[in-house]
Design a protein around this ligand. Structure first.
Ligand code: TYD
Ligand code: MG
Length: 522
């Protein structure tokens, strides 16, 4: 708690007078130690940190007013806590009415999936992503969809001219009835219109262009972002309005971007995708009202973002027709929330002349790559330590589950030995440090997905829940479930023999793999 009474005691009388004279509305607070001063300082005179002093809105007791001049409570966590109304005696948990969170479905299936059903009245959601990824497009589509259900939507933009948005709307086939546009980033003005219009949803695109009337700092600074978000969130909470903010992730990722907001908002949705590609992935980084393990998949088309309800098929289609002969590719079965997805993992290993070989991983955590390469070196005796390695997951999806390990390992082993992975096989398994395959959650769902996509064999760890392959066949298909106890067994089972010598003649290196395992039908 940054109680202002505490901070006030640190001011000398002269400082306090100075502060009252200079501005009634802002103070400067050190984000490191919490010391507040009436003037900005480059270096905090208390803790000695540089560039930590930020401007904040200061709300004096009894004086806090909203844009319409009504008295409001100071947003929590700001120095204006003297102005707080008493919150009453503690309430027993069981006495609190369980009104249940109601989600306002947008009807955009992939968005609702990630949100956990839709927008929530009174809650604030942040949609974060790189510039140009499609945030404004998605928000306009969502606004139109919500308006289509008879609710009013206020769309405030500080980024684009209204004419530009009109053009985008016509491209998207959006009529625009019930969507009220406001061309401003002024938080006070937005709050005013919120009170006048009383919409169900307010979209602020983007929070980096929003400005708080009481702050002098330019839009996009940490203090502006934080104060605007706190102010608008409070208005939304009081008015039971769903607030949606969009925000760019800056190049360096953390500082002046919307990261400062993460603890301030109820949900953070991150939009990403492969650079240059048309696929867009939407994930909840934080969600107080829904799951965080769901992924929404969209394709950016001429007429906006289209939800992909069957991403596996799309990923498999991207695999191409001649996927069978290529070494360095394996298909993983991953579970994302309520869905199981088949994704292709590609690896390219080339002899390295560097002392510490290059490791590039797209869509896979580097720590997993280090673990897997270490296991391959130790237990398969693969000379990964003198090879550069590039790993990528097609479609721009990022594999978060350890169950993706086996596909990564097989792709690497396949590229290193120039032996393709059997294209009829799909795999899921976590790799342990001893080279063993560890049990994975929900093998049944993965096997069902493998059957649906027409794979013949699903390779899973020996340990763990038993699954029956034939029961999961969709449309008369069945899949054989193979079980392997170790990475060695899995490699022996899934990698096809090396092509005939004249084809692989270019490969001078001889590689031996400890093929000691066995793979058995369960
Ligand atoms: P935009 O939503 O403006 O991105 P952001 O708000 O995240 O900065 O998306 C811009 C990109 O999307 C732009 O490169 C053009 C492309 N796009 C399409 O391909 N189809 C469309 O229908 C629209 C509206 C945009
Ligand atoms: Mg935009």
């Amino acid at each position: 708690m940054t109680g202002v009474s505490k901070s006030l005691m640190r001011f000398s009388g002269a400082e306090w007078d100075d502060m009252k004279k200079s501005s009634d509305k802002t103070v400067f607070e050190c984000s490191a130690c919490g010391r507040t001063t009436p003037r900005w300082e480059g270096k905090c005179s208390q803790c000695g940190e540089w560039n930590t002093v930020e401007e904040r809105v200061f709300v004096v007791a009894g004086r806090a007013q909203d844009a319409l001049g009504r008295r409001v409570r100071a947003p929590r966590g700001t120095p204006g806590q003297l102005g707080h109304e008493a919150s009453g005696p503690p309430v027993e948990l069981s006495e609190i009415p369980a009104d249940g969170t109601t989600h306002m479905a947008t009807g955009i299936e992939e968005l609702d999936r990630v949100l956990g059903g839709g927008f929530v009245a009174g809650a604030t959601m942040l949609l974060a992503g790189d510039p140009g990824i499609g945030k404004s497009t998605l928000l306009l589509q969502a606004a139109a969809a919500i308006a289509g259900t008879g609710r009013k939507v206020l769309y405030a933009t500080g980024e684009e001219a209204l004419e530009q948005i009109r053009i985008r709307a016509s491209r998207l086939g959006v009529e625009g009835d019930g969507v009220f546009m406001l061309s401003t980033g002024d938080a006070g003005e937005i709050a005013e219109q919120m009170a006048v219009l009383d919409p169900a949803v307010v979209i602020v695109d983007s929070i980096q262009t929003a400005t708080h009337p009481d702050l002098d700092s330019p839009a996009g600074t940490v203090s502006q972002i934080r104060e605007c978000a706190a102010f608008l969130s409070e208005q939304a909470r009081v008015g039971r309005i769903a607030l949606v903010l969009s925000g760019h992730v800056t190049k360096d990722g953390s500082i002046a971007g919307p990261r400062v907001l993460e603890h301030q908002v109820d949900a953070v949705l991150q939009m990403g995708g492969e650079s240059g590609g048309t696929l867009r992935m939407l994930r909840a980084v934080k969600n107080r009202f829904g799951p965080t393990d769901e992924v929404g998949v969209f394709e950016m088309r001429g007429a906006g973002l289209t939800g992909i309800s069957d991403p596996s098929r799309l990923f498999m289609r991207q695999r191409g027709v001649n996927s069978e002969a290529v070494a360095g590719s394996a298909v993983a079965l991953v579970v994302e929330g309520t869905r199981s997805l088949a994704v292709e993992v590609q690896a390219l290993a080339t002899p390295s002349s560097l002392a510490s070989p290059r490791r590039v991983a797209n869509g896979v955590e580097m720590s997993r790559v280090h673990l897997i390469t270490a296991v391959l070196a130790k237990h398969m005796r693969l000379p990964v330590s003198n090879h550069d390695l590039v790993i990528s997951v097609t479609g721009g999806l990022d594999i978060r589950e350890p169950a993706g390990d086996l596909a990564i390992a097989l792709a690497i082993a396949s590229s290193m030995t120039d032996r393709p992975v059997d294209e009829r096989v799909v795999v899921a398994g976590e790799i342990g440090l001893a080279g063993e395959l560890r049990p994975i959650p929900r093998p049944d769902r993965r096997v069902a997905e493998a059957a649906r996509l027409g794979f013949e064999t699903c390779l899973v760890p020996e340990a763990g829940e038993s699954v029956s392959g034939d029961a999961s066949g969709v449309a008369g298909r069945s899949v054989t479930v193979m079980r392997a106890g170790s990475i060695a067994e899995a490699v022996k089972f899934a990698l096809r023999p090396r092509p005939s010598p004249d084809e692989s003649g270019a490969m001078s290196e001889t590689m031996s793999i400890a093929e000691t395992g066995r793979a058995g039908v369960s």
